[in-house]
Design a protein. Structure first.
Length: 123
């Protein structure tokens, strides 16, 4: 039984130095298509050829290698977070919201790997 009410979507968040340059690379080399750049939030999103899977480019001054983070789409981020917290899952800070765009919460698996849940607020 799942503690989350998952949508059929998955975003892989990748830490990059320059989202615009990375978006061009992913477009030119892998055929991904730009969905949007959220410049105030340091985030860009691209569609892939895999249905329901997008690539998020998360801009950092010094991104670490191997820093891909699966972001699972949920219907209600508050309910999903509450369910996971009741099950003892550790979260990293408060849920963040970019009004009219997305709410996200970062959590960890038992080995310290980073995972996220996100609710799309564009609908």
């Amino acid at each position: 039984m799942s503690l989350l009410d998952l949508n059929n979507e998955l975003t892989l968040s990748v830490a990059v130095k320059d989202r615009h340059a990375s978006a061009k690379w992913y477009s030119d080399k892998l055929g991904f298509q730009l969905i949007f750049h959220l410049d105030d939030g340091g985030w860009s999103e691209m569609s892939t050829a895999v249905p329901g899977v997008t690539l998020g480019l998360n801009e950092f001054a010094e991104p670490g290698q191997g820093s891909t983070v699966p972001v699972f789409a949920v219907k209600d981020v508050s309910a999903a977070r509450a369910s996971l917290e009741r099950a003892g899952v550790k979260f990293d800070g408060a849920t963040g919201t970019e009004e009219g765009m997305v709410s996200v919460a970062t959590f960890f698996d038992p080995d310290g790997n980073t995972l996220m849940i996100a609710q799309d607020l564009r609908n």
